[in-house]
Design a protein around this ligand. Structure first.
Ligand SMILES: *Cc1c(COP(=O)(O)O)cnc(C)c1O
Length: 230
């Protein structure tokens, strides 16, 4: 991916975001673009930085580690958007600014404990909600959401900022709308004013129409990824 393609892709993503905001009567500054740089090298991330991106999403702690070591954290925001394994929790606390994938009380407790140990003053987190009931996917069931929110309210270092969803993939972005709408309802009911992390390359417009405040966009910015084992 060269600089020119990246620049063109980025402007077209920004235009889609702006159009969706316009159509739904929202301001463009209400939607944060997270550039999902997973599988792409530090060199590519550096090009994206030159193109004006400062917020990056990674789904694996180990992969992010090398990039963050090389590119630093100064002036950048690194978001963990993938499932967090318990043996990677400490590294995640050391590396990331925001974690989108908190999905159990156990993980939340571990994160809080490690923040205290690492003298990390504050860690912003989102709860990943499983709206599809797919056993392969991570995320907390809706029935567990309220207890987890209540549990997080008692923590000192973790700051619950919002909810995240990774719906099943549909070719037609309209098919994803009910998931986005449901997450928005849950936010209104249980976490008024919270962020909604939802929408990817092919369905970001629908997500914004349904209230997304953070969109996680990889392919539309960086091009197709080589297949990687899940
Ligand atoms: C890879 C990934 C994305 C970005 O997907 P694209 O379709 O490439 O935009 C968003 N969210 C999560 C959780 C991901 O793993």
């Amino acid at each position: 991916m060269d600089r020119i393609d990246l620049g063109i892709n980025l402007s077209s993503v920004r235009e889609r975001i702006a159009a969706a905001c316009r159509e739904s009567g929202r301001g463009v500054d209400e939607v944060k673009l997270i550039a999902v740089s997973k599988t792409h090298s530090s060199a590519v991330v550096r090009e994206a930085m030159r193109a004006g991106i400062s917020v990056f999403g990674e789904n694996r702690v180990q992969e992010a580690e090398g990039k963050i070591a090389e590119l630093g954290r100064e002036g950048l925001e690194w978001h963990l958007i993938g499932h967090l394994q318990s043996n990677k929790t400490r590294r995640a606390v050391q590396l990331f600014d925001v974690i989108h994938s908190v999905d159990s009380e156990e993980l939340a407790e571990r994160l809080e404990r490690i923040c205290l140990q690492e003298a990390r003053e504050r860690l912003d987190v989102l709860i990943q909600v499983d709206l599809a009931g797919e056993r392969s996917k991570s995320g907390i069931k809706v029935s567990g959401l309220r207890p987890l929110i209540e549990r997080l309210a008692g923590f000192e270092r973790l700051r619950l900022k919002g909810l995240m969803v990774l719906p099943p993939f549909f070719d037609d972005p309209e098919a994803t709308r009910p998931y986005f709408r449901r997450l928005c309802e849950l936010r209104d009911e249980l976490l008024p004013g919270g962020e909604l992390s939802m929408g990817m390359s092919h369905d970001l417009c629908v997500a914004i129409e349904e209230g997304a405040t953070m969109v996680r966009v990889g392919t539309a910015i960086f091009g197709e990824r080589d297949a990687v084992p899940a």
